[in-house]
Design a protein around this ligand. Structure first.
Ligand code: SF4
Length: 208
């Protein structure tokens, strides 16, 4: 491993030794729903919503028992709620029809579910099943590009592949959370804390 990679690992370990998934959930199914709801929405907004949502809906059948309008109404505080309600209903039906109502632990199965793309599958694989994955969300992508771990115009998938190549597999899931914490609380999209940044020397970001 080169010096730059070691530096990133050490600094993130120092700053965020206990980084974790900030989406509140009590089981695999709630995690899946929370990640699906989090698309283009903050974890904070999702947690506010799921506080009551998860008291009302406990399993896939519960989501099928209400009509779509009621579900839309229950999640309308977040963006894209109509599409998300539609996907939750479809996904619940798929879980019951194909997986005995249980969240599957294979990527190919997860990605076959409505509204579940690669990023959502990665988050579920890592958090629910402890399977190494490096989910790339907006924070991970920004940090990776600023730290010259990927090119500015790389796609999300290319960023993910580069990160997986540069860091050892046993660190992927932890680093995913640490990159998110670093991006969310330190290397923010606007006004990053460059003055007090231990990674300044390896950063390409211009406003230092
Ligand atoms: S120097 Fe600034 S932009 Fe670069 S990693 Fe640190 S906080 Fe982020």
């Amino acid at each position: 491993m080169d010096n730059k990679i070691n530096l990133i690992i050490n600094v993130l370990d120092q700053m965020y030794p206990d980084a974790y998934c900030e989406l509140n959930h009590r089981n695999d199914f709630e995690l899946l729903i929370a990640v699906l709801l989090s698309a283009q929405t903050t974890d904070k907004a999702v947690n506010k919503l799921t506080h009551n949502l998860f008291e009302k809906y406990h399993n896939p059948q519960d989501y099928l028992n209400v009509n779509i309008k009621e579900l839309e109404n229950d999640i309308k505080s977040i963006g894209l709620y109509r599409n998300k309600a539609k996907n939750i209903k479809l996904l619940s039906q798929q879980l019951i029809d194909n997986y005995q109502g249980i969240v599957p632990s294979e990527r190919v199965d997860l990605e076959s579910l409505a509204g579940v793309g690669r990023k959502t599958a990665n988050v579920v694989l890592a958090n629910a099943f402890n399977i190494p994955a490096f989910a790339v969300d907006t924070h991970v992508e920004r940090v990776a590009k600023r730290l010259k771990l990927a090119y500015q115009n790389d796609s999300v998938l290319v960023v993910e592949k580069k990160l997986m190549k540069k860091f050892s597999k046993d660190l992927w899931s932890k680093l995913h959370h640490q990159f998110i914490f670093f991006g969310r609380y330190h290397c923010k999209a606007i006004n990053p804390n460059c003055q007090n940044c231990l990674l300044k020397e390896i950063c390409r970001y211009p406003s230092r």
